[in-house]
Design a protein around this ligand. Structure first.
Ligand code: UD1
Ligand code: UDP
Length: 383
């Protein structure tokens, strides 16, 4: 009998990072893999499902406009609990640190089904930063039976929390696997507005993406003012900003930035468009987690609009800088990079601390090891 694997996810980045795992497991006759989505995101999830041709077996469709943390979690827990008790998998794979991640882990635990945690062990060591992701991933780590740590740093975080060495596999991050399938030198954008802005922009493109819950309100307001200051100081720069569909983000960003002749606000882009836009950009300003992993391998510097990061590897490698959320701080760092080509060059080297594009293969091998189909542990990702 094939090992019955349920992959569980609900939001855009989880889908992007689970897509290569699903494709890899489907290549092995030892696995039968099904996809359960909570639909915590709707349009932004569906974009990714379409791109990677993923057809969920179960779709809980839980998203509501301005959903709260407790109601999202409760709907995901109840729905997934029902699925796991009726159609028992041999293992549930969850990803990262969202409400869906923790609900999926807890639902699997309640059904006494083993849990594999993809992208395990990321930590800031601050309870509320990011909120609620730091605690979601810690609680998921407490429940998981097998931990796919993307880096050695993530593994060390887990060991410090008492997770057994034998249950951790260092795999690299599956987002690098996804990136290898999307970025091409001859790529043609399918979003017409993006195609137009890239064709018409002579100067430098600054790519912006922000959405973190702890940045809603005042910090996001400061970020928008900083972006306007940066454009005033550098008349050759043009901002492209695909705005997250969350109303809490849009109601700050749109009034500040819409209508400016050197700002293009877009709806969330398909991931292949977005990855190729990243590769074409001069600088990225973001509070996103995934972008901090993708940009280094493309050689594009990132200013992280947060006060800390759970992804220290690229900071140590010198391609990512954590600059906080104050208007003055963001502008000072951007001025340095945009005005001083030596400072920019020092940051724009391509580095790959997050993987070699083979993380999904290691996850498949680790699962075969976990279920006793092989006695050999897979080779691990080192940087
Ligand atoms: C969620 C995750 C966050 C992750 C982010 C990725 C939690 C608590 N947060 O945050 O860790 O970084 O996704 O983007 O799990 N919306 C739509 N359409 C969509 C998606 C969102 O309209 O396709 C709107 C809805 O009004 C929804 C709101 O955005 O209620 C917030 O979505 P939610 O998943 O709760 O939070 P995110 O901020 O997206
Ligand atoms: N992304 C995308 N379209 C966009 C913006 C981002 O496909 O318009 C991708 C991006 O390449 C990355 C992921 O979405 O893989 C990041 O998602 P997000 O920033 O929403 O979440 P986080 O990584 O912070 O959890």
């Amino acid at each position: 009998m094939a090992i019955k694997v349920f992959t569980v996810f609900g939001v855009r980045p989880e889908a992007i990072k689970m897509a290569p795992v699903i494709a890899e497991l489907a290549r092995h006759k030892e696995f039968s893999v099904s996809v359960c989505v909570t639909g915590q995101h709707r349009a932004m999830l569906d974009q990714v499902l379409r791109l990677f041709n993923i057809e969920p077996k179960y779709d809980l469709n839980i998203m509501r406009e301005r959903q709260t943390l407790p109601e999202t979690f409760a709907r995901a827990l109840t729905g997934l609990g029902g699925i796991f008790s009726a159609d028992r998998p041999d293992i549930v794979l969850v990803h990262g640190d969202t409400s869906t991640t923790f609900a999926g882990s807890l639902a699997a635990f309640y059904s006494q089904v083993p849990i594999g945690h993809v992208e395990a062990g990321l930590r800031t060591h601050h309870k509320y930063l990011p909120f609620p992701e730091e605690i979601n991933r810690k609680l998921t780590g407490a429940l998981a039976d097998i931990h796919f740590a993307p880096t050695e740093t993530a593994k060390r975080n887990l060991l410090r929390e008492g997770v057994s060495d034998a249950s951790i596999y260092v795999t690299g991050n599956t987002v690098i696997d996804a990136l290898a399938t999307t970025v091409r030198p001859d790529y043609e954008y399918h979003e017409p507005a993006l195609r137009q802005v890239v064709a018409e922009t002579q100067g430098r493109i600054l790519l912006v993406e922000v959405h973190r819950r702890e940045n809603w309100g005042e910090p996001m307001h400061e970020m928008c003012l900083a972006l306007l200051d940066i454009l005033t100081a550098f008349p050759d720069c043009h901002i492209v900003f695909p705005v997250h569909l969350n109303p809490a983000v849009r109601e700050v960003v749109t009034p500040h930035l819409a209508g400016h002749s050197r700002i293009t606000l877009l709806n969330p882009l398909d991931t292949d468009d977005f990855h190729n836009l990243m590769a074409r950009s001069y600088l990225i300003l973001t509070d996103s987690g995934g972008l901090q992993e993708e940009a280094p391998s493309l050689g594009v510097p990132v200013l992280v609009l947060r006060n800390n990061t759970e992804r220290p590897e690229a900071v140590e490698a010198g391609t990512v800088r954590v600059v906080g959320t104050s208007r003055a701080g963001i502008v000072a760092h951007a001025r340095e990079l945009l005005g001083d080509s030596a400072a920019y060059q020092a940051m724009s080297k391509a580095v790959n601390p997050y993987g070699d594009g083979k993380a999904s293969g290691r996850i498949a091998k680790a699962l075969l090891h976990f279920f006793g189909h092989t006695t050999e542990r897979p080779w691990e990702w080192t940087y």
